[in-house]
Ligand binder design. Structure first.
Ligand SMILES: NC(=O)c1ccc[n+]([C@@H]2O[C@H](COP(=O)([O-])OP(=O)(O)OC[C@H]3O[C@@H](n4cnc5c(N)ncnc54)[C@H](OP(=O)(O)O)[C@@H]3O)[C@@H](O)[C@H]2O)c1
Length: 252
């Protein structure tokens, strides 16, 4: 017999924002996380969820590697059926990402292509592959960035690609409304994760960002996970095609 809970798939659920989102959503949903290289971190998320009575599975996924998507979908379908008696999922959080800082004077083609492929091409074609598996009335969240509203040195291409992802979000919302699927972008400010090696956030940077943030501190993964949780819930059932910033009021 199929379990009653809704199913959410979170890309990049092994670390940072995706990890915290998986832990938060597992309280009332069945969770599929993906990891790219770090299976150990993904296993750790699964064991924490299981320990607290939730249900979760993990599958390897490189969002830049489009040719692997049909195999991913097949693997996911088998797991859904075997683990939970399901054929479909309800929600996708396109969260997987890489941090790459390079000035516009220095950035090279390889770095540019990497950013486009992980943050734009990947989310589009991954979502396209998953579309037949998403239930009518589902929802998709694309993780964007506060950097589409303000500027920081070295982040020009990253921010531009996230800007494109926000436009893609509106077009997804338009097209997928045929299946009553809501699509929104959530734009975090600066969040304390290992993103781009930024677990080395030093005291000066921390102080500077805290001073520039209306609520007076850096973001934590939980701050974003709870927004993702809310936007997927029925209270947001009339919200689609929107960019929602969760930055504590950074650079207002
Ligand atoms: N942290 C911030 O300040 C901040 C601010 C605004 C927006 N964001 C956005 O938030 C999202 C999550 O960032 P985070 O800070 O949580 O990063 P993180 O701690 O570095 O975690 C990144 C996650 O993405 C996965 N990943 C990396 N490259 C991948 C690929 N090619 N294919 C599939 N998965 C891949 C990683 O998997 P492995 O563990 O296997 O490597 C990991 O689970 C990103 O989209 C980022 O752009 C972050």
């Amino acid at each position: 017999m199929a379990l009653k809970e809704k199913v959410v798939l979170i890309t990049g659920g092994s670390r940072g924002i995706g990890r915290e989102t998986a832990l938060t959503l597992s309280k009332n949903k069945l969770v599929v996380i993906t990891y790219n290289e770090n299976k150990e971190a993904a296993d750790n998320v699964l064991s924490l969820i299981k320990k607290s009575g939730g249900h979760a599975v993990s599958i390897q996924l490189n969002v830049s590697d489009l040719k692997t998507f049909p195999n991913f979908v097949e693997k996911l379908s088998t797991i859904l059926q075997e683990e939970w008696g399901k054929t479909k999922i309800d929600y996708i959080v396109n969260n997987a990402g890489i941090g790459l800082s390079a000035s516009l004077s220095d950035i090279n083609e390889d770095q540019f292509d990497k950013l486009v492929s992980v943050h734009l091409k990947g989310p589009l074609f991954f979502t396209q592959s998953m579309l037949p598996l998403i239930n009518v009335g589902g929802a998709i969240i694309n993780i964007s960035s506060g950097l589409t509203r303000f500027t920081t040195p070295g982040m020009g291409v990253y921010a531009s690609v996230k800007g494109a992802l926000e436009i893609l979000t509106r077009y997804m919302a338009q097209e997928f409304s045929a299946k009553k699927i809501r699509v929104n972008a959530i734009a975090p400010g600066i969040v304390r994760t290992e993103f781009g090696g930024s677990n080395q956030i030093d005291k000066n940077f921390d102080e500077f960002i805290s001073q520039q943030t209306l609520l007076g501190r850096l973001g934590e993964p939980k701050d974003i996970a709870t927004v993702i949780d809310s936007v997927l819930e029925d209270n947001f059932s009339w919200v689609t095609g929107q960019r929602i910033e969760a930055s504590g009021g950074l650079f207002i």
